[in-house]
Design a protein around this ligand. Structure first.
Ligand code: TGC
Ligand code: FAD
Length: 390
């Protein structure tokens, strides 16, 4: 890992600014120092290193795309993508913590929140003084969030919230949750629910074989009194959480690239060092084919996210364009992890190499933020005008 330099076969660095490269190297150094030496043990122990939250804040990993007035990084979407790439080169679970905080908690508060809410929460979320989570998925409504049953009633001086969310990244440790729930007319709104509110609990989900260094849990609301000033006032309807997903899915399309690069890098080095039949296995055509295909797919995926980032900066990237990149890049990373696993032979199943951990992590990444097939159907809808998911 100390030798890792990144993959850049098409000189994509020439498309990056000096600031992009500086941001990338500072996060790369951070990952080398704080994440890579420990991540295997954290994952094997299913341990979420809570102290990473403050460190992420210090290094600018939370909300890099949020303006500086509120403690964000004020960076563009290419820089945001590079940060996600470098963190996920370390581990997808670590990247989950950062993408939930930046795209799914800070983004909705920044975009749909009041000035009071922005001032109260954003600087603390950016610095890592506070950790947030995003509650959209429910036990019975994953791919179809519009069917959610979590709801709230207007009680005059407060709202009364009931229901439950499931599979929520960061929930067991989060200080606040951005929760999507229906009002009495069935309209979806975002509410900021704070730890400590009576009737609000966050049970942890155990026994995951994937994202083991990230904590995942439920959000349970039993007659929770939510102050009226905690409702996000500036957007309602399913479109509000879907806008947050656009931003997070974009970050994941870069993140997956980081996991793929780490698998490729490890496979290349292992193939050059491992001797079988008196030669490095890298000298066999079948191994060269695997490496050449990995490099080809990584290069295509890099160009895809770079162009998508430019469109994000112009405010012109569509949901379907983001779906294409998330779907392609995560599947690409999963394929590369599986091929890299083969190149490492038996060693590939051990924690001495990062491969199996990336592979198992990517099984969540291919499902969350819209499954592989849901993104295909979003593209199908874009092409034909016919939504096949209904
Ligand atoms: P549909 O009828 O298409 O849309 C409902 C309303 O929303 C509007 N809309 C958008 N608005 C803004 N931005 C977007 N991107 C929008 N997409 C849609 C749309 O115009 C409509 O507005 P209106 O005014 O007509 O009501 O919605 P649908 O119910 O048919 O659903 C479509 C579908 C299936 C694609 C969508 O529900 C979906 O994407 N499902 C997947 C669910 C998902 O991705 N969940 C992710 C949960 S969060 C998570 O996984 C975090 S993991 C993070 C980590 O750890 O890193
Ligand atoms: P389902 O929707 O039940 O899907 C099961 C299968 O059916 C999938 O293969 C799916 O593609 C397929 N399917 C569903 N509908 C159709 C259709 N119309 N046509 C064809 N096939 C279909 N959610 C949050 O809100 N916040 C989080 O922070 C969060 N973090 C997560 C962390 C982890 C580790 C995991 C695993 C999930 C997380 N999620 C989170 C939830 C995630 O977004 C959902 O798991 C995902 O959206 C899929 O929902 P589901 O698991 O209910 O599967």
């Amino acid at each position: 890992h100390d030798l890792y330099e990144g993959v850049d076969f098409y000189n994509i660095d020439a498309l990056l600014s000096e600031e992009h490269k500086l941001v990338r190297s500072s996060i790369r150094d951070f990952v080398k120092k704080e994440i890579s030496p420990n991540i295997e043990k954290w994952s094997q122990d299913a341990y979420f290193p809570y102290e990473i939250v403050k460190k992420f804040g210090d290094v600018g990993a939370f909300g890099p795309q949020i303006p500086t007035d509120y403690g964000g990084g004020g960076l563009d979407y290419i820089a945001y993508g590079l940060i996600m790439q470098e963190i996920e080169r370390g581990d997808s679970g670590m990247r989950s913590t950062a993408s939930v905080q930046g795209s799914l908690v800070m983004y909705p508060i920044y975009k749909f929140g009041s000035d009071e809410q922005r001032n109260k929460y954003l600087p603390k979320l950016a610095s890592g003084e506070m950790l947030g989570c995003f509650g959209l998925t429910e036990p019975d409504h994953g791919s179809n969030p519009s069917g959610m049953t979590t709801h709230f009633k207007d009680m005059g001086d407060h709202y009364l919230l009931n229901g439950a969310k499931m599979w929520i990244s960061n929930s067991p440790k989060a200080d606040i949750a951005v929760v999507w729930a229906k009002d009495e007319n069935g309209r979806i709104h975002g509410l900021i629910v704070e730890r400590g509110m009576e009737g609000f609990t966050t049970p942890e989900t155990h026994n995951k074989w994937s994202l083991r260094a990230s904590c995942t849990g439920e959000l349970v609301f039993n007659e929770v009194k939510v102050p009226k000033e905690n409702l996000l006032p500036n957007k309602s309807g399913l479109g509000a959480p879907l806008m947050c997903l656009d931003s997070a899915r974009y970050g994941i399309s870069w993140g997956a690239l980081g996991a793929a690069m780490d698998c490729y890098d490890s496979a290349k080095r292992y193939a050059l060092e491992r001797i079988q039949f008196d030669k490095p296995i890298a000298s066999f055509q079948l191994i060269q084919r695997k490496l050449a295909e990995m490099l080809t797919e990584i290069t295509k995926a890099q160009l895809l996210v770079w162009r998508l980032g430019k469109m994000m900066d112009e405010g012109k990237a569509s949901t379907a364009q983001i779906s294409l990149a998330k779907r392609n890049n995560v599947a690409m990373a999963l394929d590369i992890a599986r091929e890299a696993r083969q190149i490492h032979g038996g060693m590939g199943i051990t924690g001495d190499y990062p491969i199996m951990r990336h592979m198992m992590n990517l099984e969540s990444v291919v499902t969350y933020e819209g499954t592989h097939d849901i993104h295909l159907l979003i593209l199908g809808n874009e092409i034909t005008g016919i939504p096949a998911f209904k």
